[in-house]
Design a binder for this molecule. Structure first.
Ligand SMILES: Nc1ncnc2c1ncn2[C@@H]1O[C@H](COP(=O)(O)OP(=O)(O)OP(=O)(O)O)[C@@H](O)[C@H]1O
Length: 389
């Protein structure tokens, strides 16, 4: 969708901002450009909408050399979000969002309806915020309007330059999550500039790690964290990259333990016998519809034998859908003070798959690091284990 071919930008004072850059961004892909200040990220981005012209090389958009396209026409195909947002202070939120459709000559009613739809999509109720002016919004809300405005004309490509850079870390994380949700719906081709490796890892399908006008590594987040291509990249992603990796490694069915499973209406004797046969101290409890209910301990089943498991079972709220990140798993364990979490599958996360324990979480992380290093799949990795004490 976007292709850079040997692109160099040298400014008039002799600064080489971008040096012989070649890379490609696929349709619907979100690529983060990350690196320290002054390494050429913004220059790269601004060459895509021709705010800056390359000194040499070519950039293709959807197969077309952009040097041959009228810049104004080109920019209509490209949404642009910047840190300062650049909303018009004298226009309402709704009118700000409808700017591009207006410029494209849409009828006022259609443009405003589209703007309202977009505001809704970025989490701002148009009936509450539509008539406000930008200075009546918080920083995070202004950023959302910026995103809505960039999407209003439904451009296939989105350029985002530190769009969440000016808000505090909590709001920032919130905006990142919302943006990921939005992107899963709209699937734009996105170039996203940031100097924050955490943000790059969290958002990018692939990350371009910049060092001084060149790309040092262009890979999916797990590979950048697990197998940095150069000492520079290793240094940039930081010594705690194992920890960052938690957020880009997802829970897979093969990571799970399979404790005994009993049902709410099972007789206590039957359930106790099942636990004893497996030498288990507890079992997962499902309801009639096979949905997760909770758990029951072997000790609780040693009392009076009449009745069903229902009497002794405890509710379990610590669960996640398969595919959630190991970071979410760890955080859920801490939040519920739980020694394990249930992992569910299915459209409504209603099918019990197994449980993730801290030991299994650690294994999953090690497996994924090993698998990346060897170019293997996670299930094929045999781990050496350190004997327990
Ligand atoms: N108009 C200009 N004239 C001369 N040099 C420039 C100009 N614009 C940018 N530069 C230089 O080009 C290099 C790359 O700048 P660029 O803005 O692309 O970096 P960046 O990675 O986006 O940095 P930041 O994260 O600080 O925004 C820097 O050394 C910068 O000083």
């Amino acid at each position: 969708m976007i292709r850079f071919e040997h692109v160099t930008k040298r400014y008039a004072d002799g600064t080489t901002a971008v040096d012989d850059l070649s890379f490609e961004v696929a349709e619907g892909e979100l690529v983060t450009l990350v690196g320290p200040s002054g390494c050429g990220k913004t220059t790269t981005m601004k060459m895509v909408n021709r705010l800056i012209e390359p000194t040499s090389g070519r950039i293709h958009l959807d197969g077309e050399d952009i040097a041959t396209v009228d810049p104004v026409e080109l920019r209509r195909r490209i949404g642009y979000v910047i840190q300062q947002v650049g909303l018009f202070p004298h226009k309402t939120v709704l009118d700000n969002t409808a700017t591009v459709p207006h410029l494209l000559g849409w009828q006022r009613k259609k443009a405003r309806a589209r703007a309202a739809e977009l505001l809704d999509l970025v989490g701002l109720d148009p009936s509450v915020y539509g008539d406000r002016y930008p200075d009546q919004l918080s920083g995070g809300q202004r950023q959302r309007v910026g995103v809505a405005r960039a999407l209003a004309a439904d451009p296939p490509v989105l350029l985002m330059d530190e769009p969440f850079g000016a808000v505090d870390p909590v709001v920032r994380e919130h905006l990142q999550n919302e943006f990921l949700r939005l992107q899963s719906q709209v699937r734009k081709t996105v170039l996203f500039v940031t100097h924050d490796i955490e943000e790059a890892v969290r958002l990018g399908d692939r990350i371009a790690v910049y060092g001084n006008g060149r790309i040092e590594q262009f890979d999916p987040p797990a590979a950048v964290l697990g197998a940095p291509a150069t000492p520079y990249v290793a240094d940039f992603v930081g010594a705690d990259r194992g920890l960052k990796r938690l957020s880009v490694t997802s829970i897979e069915p093969g990571d799970l333990e399979q404790p005994p499973v009993v049902h709410l209406d099972d007789q206590i004797v039957t359930a106790a016998a099942r636990l004893a046969a497996e030498g288990a101290r507890w079992a997962v409890v499902l309801d009639d519809a096979d949905h997760l209910h909770g758990w029951v301990s072997a000790d609780a089943l040693t009392g009076p034998a009449d009745g069903t498991v229902r009497r002794h079972s405890r509710r379990m709220d610590a669960w996640l859908p398969v595919g959630a990140s190991l970071k979410q798993a760890f955080s859920t364990m801490l939040q519920h003070d739980a020694g394990w979490i249930a992992v569910l599958d299915g459209e409504d996360a209603d099918h019990f798959l197994g449980v993730l324990t801290p030991a299994r979480l650690h294994e999953a992380l090690r497996r994924s690091i090993d698998a990346d290093a060897r170019g293997a799949s996670r299930g094929d990795v045999e781990l050496e284990t350190i004997p327990g004490v």
